[in-house]
Design a protein around this ligand. Structure first.
Ligand SMILES: [Fe+2]
Length: 293
């Protein structure tokens, strides 16, 4: 069976890689982690990034049947609803998204949000197999970065979400609510136990110091040999200590608050208010004595 055809789309403002993966035999395709362009300073939404994916699919004669999320992203808004609206694709995410919804519903006072995952069209379980045309894809539950991450294996390619970054950059943070460095280590070990030649596709790249170009494809063998955080020989204890210390130094991502409240709603914005305008919610925390009175 021919390998799936993979096209990557890099969104520099959010350092996100989206993928268009297709089955050459049937021309059915899935989009993984599509980005909605959101200008936080102006509060404006555009769709150039998803339009580029749709145009590429169109040009290749592909029918997009899935819009897949590896997790509820904290650094970009999902473009999945736009893809669904244009193609009828189903939006799928890991079933543990319910936990993420339960965590964040009170944070955003999102009283419209059901925490049963029903905003999504499909919730994937660990080990679940599904089809993209004649290709079989498999879902691997890989929590740690968030409680709900999945990786998606299609042929010899695995889309790892935010479990791993390129070997010279290491791994993703595990300090978001419900994140867990120990679980992330276990999830990474699960991926690194795949056959060495398995191709791994990252969801983000930040150009590690000393590297001039963005990169998002590597292999299990390369990660095992060279990942600066989890190469072979790094123990769970060492990883957790490193990850915890590093996470303590990281600022909140710029689009954390807008992203989470939209992405837990499967990319849906909070409903328009009476004046016909969508509003995002910013929960404000007063630190220590910040209250004036
Ligand atoms: Fe993430």
């Amino acid at each position: 069976m021919p390998e799936p055809v993979i096209r990557a789309f890099f969104d520099e403002p959010t350092n996100t890689v989206s993928y268009l993966v297709s089955d050459p035999a049937t021309k059915k395709a899935a989009v993984i982690d599509p980005v909605l362009d959101y200008d936080h300073k102006a509060g404006t939404v555009t769709t150039d990034s998803v339009e580029a994916i749709l145009a590429a699919a169109d040009e290749a004669g592909l029918e997009i049947v899935w819009a897949l999320e590896t997790h509820a992203h904290a650094d970009h808004l999902s473009g999945a609803p736009y893809i669904k609206a244009k193609t009828g694709a189903r939006i799928g995410i890991g079933e543990h998204i319910k936990e993420v919804q339960r965590i964040f519903r009170p944070v955003f006072n999102a009283t419209d949000l059901r925490t049963d995952g029903s905003d999504f069209d499909h919730l994937f379980t660990d080990g679940e197999r599904f089809r993209i045309g004649d290709r079989e894809a498999e879902v691997l539950y890989v929590p740690g970065h968030t409680p709900a991450d999945i990786a998606i294996r299609i042929g010899d390619a695995v889309f790892v979400g935010d479990t791993l970054f390129m070997p010279d950059f290491g791994t993703a943070r595990a300090d978001f609510p419900g994140g867990d460095a120990k679980k992330l280590y276990a999830s990474i070990q699960r991926l690194l136990a795949l056959p060495p030649q398995t191709r791994l596709f990252m969801c983000h790249d930040y150009k590690a110091p000393g590297r001039d170009d963005y990169a998002w494809e590597t292999t299990v063998a390369e990660q095992r040999r060279a990942n600066k955080h989890v190469r072979e020989g790094v123990t769970e204890e060492e990883f957790v200590a490193m990850r915890t210390a590093r996470d303590a130094t990281l600022a909140a991502p710029t689009l954390l608050l807008p992203s989470i409240q939209v992405n837990i709603r499967a990319g849906r914005f909070p409903a328009k208010e009476a004046n016909g305008v969508h509003y995002l919610t910013i929960p404000v925390t007063f630190k220590k004595d910040a209250h004036a009175s």
